[in-house]
Design a protein around this ligand. Sequence first.
Ligand code: SIN
Length: 188
Amino acid sequence: MTLDTTHINQQRMPFDDQAELWLFGYGSLIWKAEFPYHERHPAHICGWARRFWQGSHDHRGTPKAPGRVVTLVNEPDAICQGMAYRIDAETLRPLDIREKNGYLREIVTLHFTDGSHTEGLVYIATEDNAAFLGEAPLNAMAEQIASAHGPSGPNRDYLLNLATSLEGLGAEDRHVFELAERVRRCPP
Ligand code: SIN
């Protein structure tokens, strides 16, 4: 996959390195927070649904056998639960590289469990990006996830770690939980 969104992201939404901002994580950014942050709290965003519709050619699959990772799709009544991090803007540099396979910085409203809200940044891979795979039958997605491997490890681990984290947050996500159930039944 040749598209690399690193530079597009830095140009389309530049931040002063010293600035602080909130980042919303809904996929690996929930359970693999290997970046510095000042504080983190469970949060949700409205109007977005988490879907395993983005291809992973660089982390959880390869160009020849891509895996599937999550992105967000517009769904008016949906609520997506995840984790909000208060970070320094310089932390976006490595994150832009981590999310370079089609994800673009967007600004959304983050809602915290105490009822407060704030603007924050989220990485979304829209359907017009080159790595977008889109919807497929759940069993087909589960088989793809169960068999894909990439430089960051098995695609299965990405899904199961996400499902475990969402359970820990008390989040509801039928799409993720049904996929996880199917993948657990697939041979490793
Ligand atoms: C995210 O976690 O917020 C973006 C998608 C991913 O890196 O899994």
